[in-house]
Design a protein around this ligand. Structure first.
Ligand code: NAD
Length: 359
């Protein structure tokens, strides 16, 4: 039976990078006989312009019935002045919560060919390949009660609630351990168990989950140390699993280790492994419409989709390999360009990946 992929190009550079990612997806669909059916939808600013809403009901219905969603990026200055509840990001947050996408996978991979793009020394980062698994639908970002109140003495007080249920920790733990089995069999769980009760429980539950994966090595690290270690010796990590807020911060830090935001894919998965795949970057309004956008993060998101939702690891490997070949050939969009390389535009980069797939 055909599997349905909902394609949401989004705003500014979104449609430009998505054109290239779809070309690559269609190429592997034909080559590996994946029997995919693509459907297009509107999300974010493009949806606001067409329908007045950032997440139109038709998009949500298509998303619910799709096996996977491929998203460009949404938002930008054009919609800065619309009301808060109608802003483009609402569409993104809406789709994540409606589909219960609790597991956020953020790989930080640094192709050796691009090691000089990092602000860290080549030997510290060349060949970096870590996966941050962040809990996405719980923790302090969603805990109740929350708010800003005025105390009796007239002073204002802001408060949030950091809460995790055992079932939520268990769920993200199982995801991290099963992903580690597809990689190098190591999980490092990041917490602040020396101070926060929530993360004492987090650590206990991770131990319990870990006992079910005797072939995977489990270690624990406090978040402050994890931040230091990411900068000092990031290659020591394989899979890093953590809660929503710590994951938010650490995954951005890890992304920046690679120095090239145009190269980083991501996935957000639900309990059955269905998911939404998107580049880590935004809509880059400053370069939209100029053929300067790097499509590789979106193309690598297609590879993640093939690996994690569509169970087609050979097709995923082929795409990742093709990207590596293109980098070996010295082709670079402006964001990853260094002297002596060949500067190409967005569509030439997509074409080169397809040529490498066919070679
Ligand atoms: P951004 O990631 O769009 O851009 C940051 C910088 O990186 C810019 O200089 C941009 O030109 C560059 N860049 C980003 N992607 C690139 C690519 N593929 N190729 C080459 N260069 C690239 O972040 P921002 O400027 O803070 O945000 C712009 C808009 O995107 C905002 O409206 C923001 O809300 C939105 N945004 C959306 C998402 C999403 O849809 N998931 C994520 C982040 C930001």
């Amino acid at each position: 039976m055909a599997r349905k992929i909902l394609v949401l190009p989004g705003d500014y550079i979104g449609p430009e990078i998505m054109t290239e990612a779809v070309k690559v997806l269609q190429e592997v669909d034909a080559r590996f006989k994946l029997d995919l059916e693509l459907e297009y939808g509107l999300l974010g600013g493009a949806a606001i312009d067409a329908t007045g809403q950032p997440l139109p009901p038709e998009t949500l219905a298509s998303a619910r019935s799709a096996d996977a969603i491929l998203l460009g990026a949404v938002g930008g200055p054009r919609w800065d002045n619309v009301e808060r509840h109608l802003r483009p990001e609402r569409g993104l947050l809406g789709i994540r919560s409606e589909l219960k996408l609790f597991g956020n996978l953020r790989p930080a991979i640094l192709y050796p060919q691009l090691a000089d793009a990092s602000s860290l020394k080549r030997e510290v980062v060349a060949g970096l390949d870590i996966l941050i698994v962040r809990e996405l639908t719980g923790g302090i970002y969603f805990g109740e009660p929350r708010g800003i109140r005025t105390l009796e003495n007239g002073e204002r007080e802001g408060f949030n609630t950091y809460v995790y249920r055992e079932s939520e920790i268990r769920r993200i733990g199982h995801l991290a351990f099963s992903l580690a089995r597809k990689r190098n069999n190591r999980v490092c769980s990041v917490d602040k168990a020396n101070v926060l009760e929530v993360t004492m429980l987090w650590r206990e539950v991770m131990e319990e989950v870990g006992a079910q994966y005797p072939d995977v090595e489990l270690s624990h690290m406090y978040v402050d140390n994890a931040a230091m270690q990411l900068l000092r010796a990031p290659k020591q990590f394989d899979v890093l699993v953590t809660g929503n807020m710590f994951g938010d911060i650490l995954s951005d830090a890890a992304a920046m280790l690679t120095g090239s935001i145009g190269m980083l894919p991501s996935a957000s998965l639900d309990e059955s492994g269905r998911g939404m795949y998107e580049p880590c970057h935004g809509t880059a309004p400053d370069i939209a419409g100029q053929g300067k956008a790097n499509p590789l993060a979106t193309i690598l998101s297609v590879a993640m989709m093939l690996r994690y939702t569509l169970a087609s690891p050979a097709a995923a490997d082929a795409i990742e390999q093709a990207v590596s070949v293109v980098l070996d050939q010295g082709l670079r969009t402006p964001d990853i360009y260094t002297q002596g390389q060949q500067l190409v535009n967005t569509s030439a980069m997509g074409d080169a990946v397809i040529a490498a797939l066919r070679a």
